[in-house]
Design a protein around this ligand. Structure first.
Ligand code: SF4
Length: 285
């Protein structure tokens, strides 16, 4: 970690001494709690034991957790303290331990999981912008892969994240994750496997459709997908006029209808009311 190349940015920061492009040196946590509003097989009955890590190497301009991803929020914790958080979430009755934005600290999360592996499934809740080598390191501890698949077009990902190579990494990451066979509980909880998320963005439905075509061509038809309509203008949206509004019913319907027409067997959708700031967590640290 004196020349970090953990993620595709490969900024080379000496993380023993200072933060890299992702904004953090070590582990930073902004909140952990039982999240009731993840997809039904993730939140399930008692809630998903989400741990929100500070910092992010993808730096989406519109990030729905902007305060945390830019590391302005959160407290630094040790690997041992992260193990204690896992135990606390289990004691609270969490249906799983859900690692939110873990890619830039996956080496430290792996250490924690090697010291204490929760008895509930471990969910890797990623931006999708990650290296397969990093996923291979943490895979022995992960049960459920929960990646975003954000952009197909290099121009779009460059516009909103500064990373034109988003899709070229995400497609390899998702191919790796898809190797974990799905296991469901009798009550509908995802115990192992892959669930792919896509946030539908204003003016981007054509890109969404290309991503759906990609998923249909490369993933088994029973791979569950989640089409999120919770976008609200956040972060640096004022620099992008098209990001100043929520998505319309027509935009969302176009994407959902297309997914259904491709034959995906399980498509999770969201109500229009999900696009409210009230559903964005408040941060504890
Ligand atoms: S994880 Fe952070 S420090 Fe490491 S290469 Fe990526 S941006 Fe740089």
């Amino acid at each position: 970690m004196n020349h970090c190349t953990l993620c595709p940015v490969a900024c080379g920061a000496n993380r023993q001494l200072h933060a890299g492009y992702c904004g953090v040196k070590g582990l930073t946590v902004a909140k952990y709690y039982l999240h009731p509003f993840e997809e039904p097989p993730i939140s399930h009955k008692k809630g998903s034991g989400t741990v929100f890590f500070g910092g992010c190497h993808l730096r989406c301009a519109f990030c729905q957790n902007y305060d945390v991803s830019r590391a302005a929020r959160g407290k630094e914790i040790s690997v041992d303290e992260l193990c204690d958080i896992f135990r606390q979430l289990e004691d609270m009755g969490a249906d799983n331990v859900n690692l939110v934005t873990p890619d830039h600290v996956s080496h430290l999360i792996s250490k924690a999981l090697s010291l204490y592996k929760p008895t509930v499934p471990v969910v890797y809740n990623s931006s999708g912008y990650c290296k397969v080598q990093a996923l291979e390191q943490i895979a022995p501890f992960v049960d459920v892969w929960l990646p975003d698949l954000k952009f197909f077009s290099p121009a779009l990902s460059e516009r909103y994240t500064g990373r034109a190579d988003y899709f070229s990494y995400a497609k390899e990451a998702i191919a790796f994750m898809a190797q974990t066979p799905a296991v469901w509980s009798e009550t509908g909880k995802l115990l192992k496997g892959l669930l792919v998320r896509h946030l539908v963005m204003p003016m981007c439905t054509s890109d969404s459709i290309k991503l759906l075509d990609f998923m249909r061509e490369t993933l088994p038809v029973d791979t569950p997908i989640s089409l999120m309509r919770q976008y609200v203008p956040m972060g640096e949206w004022e620099k992008f006029p098209e990001l100043s509004r929520k998505i319309t019913d027509r935009e969302y319907r176009r994407v959902v209808d297309y997914a259904l027409s491709l034959g995906f067997q399980t498509v999770y959708t969201q109500e229009r009311e999900s696009a409210e700031r009230a559903f964005i967590p408040t941060w504890d640290f």
